[in-house]
Design a protein around this ligand. Structure first.
Ligand code: HXC
Length: 260
């Protein structure tokens, strides 16, 4: 399927999705959301695809936010009646069980920062800048920023960023655990794709289960999370890939995965 606002290509078992509105610093309008939901659903459904990378086109921005020009004249009741922004969580995050990485190549502001934080983890270019500047527009984060940023960097930094709109550079983002790693901009895509290939080479069912377990740490008490972890471990123990993985280790050879 061809899209207007994103580019999608597959490289072996890795799907690369690129936000492609560089003239608007990859601002996220409704078309981008619809196309991303479609592309992520296709990734999820394709059994040959085992990890995805989301990045922005151009060297300046991952995404500079929700599209301000689209929102400027939108009546408030429409935001409410359409439950505007709900699709990001309900149709993109929740339905994507397979792993995906955000490769942040520049500004990740407002909805752009929020979209990056929806990924399983972020790899940032040294030029990346993160921020929730919505307050300057008279609003506030609407796609998860107040919740995910606070969980990632803690209340003090999240509150300061939301109240002042200041940006965090890549170094601070790494020190604050917002991103997994920082790499030179020139190496970003190659690094992210290589990391995705590593994930794609793992037993696929175990990848989904590992993702579910780590995410559960945000949603449950420690006791419930530990139980969830043990139960999923026990489910994996029944898989053909567990038998193969342990046999391959003993036989000193790479495992050959069935994904079940
Ligand atoms: C629409 C955008 C945009 C956005 C940039 N552009 N950000 N268009 N929505 N979020 C457009 C500009 O209008 C301009 O187009 C072109 O991209 C280049 O941007 P410039 O501003 O000329 O670039 P520069 O001077 O380098 O400044 C870069 C920037 C700045 C610092 C990133 O663009 C900026 O502050 N953008 C807005 C960031 C922001 O506030 N994001 C949060 C949005 S609200 P033209 O055609 O004029 O040349 C949000 C959640 C909302 O995300 C939730 C509400 C409920």
């Amino acid at each position: 399927m061809s899209y207007e606002t994103i580019l999608v290509e597959t490289r072996g078992a890795v799907t690369l999705i690129t936000l492609n509105r560089p003239q608007a610093l990859n601002a996220l309008n409704s078309k981008v959301l619809a196309e991303l939901i479609d592309a992520f659903a296709a990734y999820e459904a394709d059994h040959t695809q085992l990890c995805a990378v989301l990045t922005g086109s151009g060297e300046k921005a991952f995404a500079a936010g929700a599209d301000i020009k689209e929102m400027a004249d939108k009546p408030a009741v429409d935001f409410y009646l359409e439950d505007h922004f709900s699709g990001w969580q309900s149709d993109l995050v929740k339905r994507t069980r397979k792993p995906w990485i955000a490769a942040v190549n520049g500004f990740a502001l407002g909805g752009g920062c929020e979209l990056a934080m929806m990924a399983d983890f972020i790899i940032a270019a040294d030029s990346a800048k993160f921020g929730q500047p919505e307050i300057k527009l008279g609003v506030a984060p609407g796609m998860g920023g107040s919740q995910r940023l606070t969980r990632a960097v803690g209340k003090a930094k999240a509150m300061e960023m939301c109240l002042t709109g200041r940006m965090m550079d890549a170094g601070e983002a790494e020190r604050s655990s917002l991103v997994a790693r920082v790499v030179p901009l020139a190496d970003l895509l190659e690094d992210a794709l290589k990391t995705a290939e590593t994930i794609a080479s793992m037993p696929p069912m175990a990848a989904i289960a590992n993702k579910e377990m780590v995410n559960a740490a945000y949603e449950t008490t420690l006791e419930q999370g530990l139980l969830f972890e043990r139960r999923l471990f026990q489910v994996l123990a029944a898989s053909e890939d567990k038998a193969e993985g342990m046999k391959a280790f003993v036989e000193k050879r790479p495992g050959v995965w069935k994904g079940r």
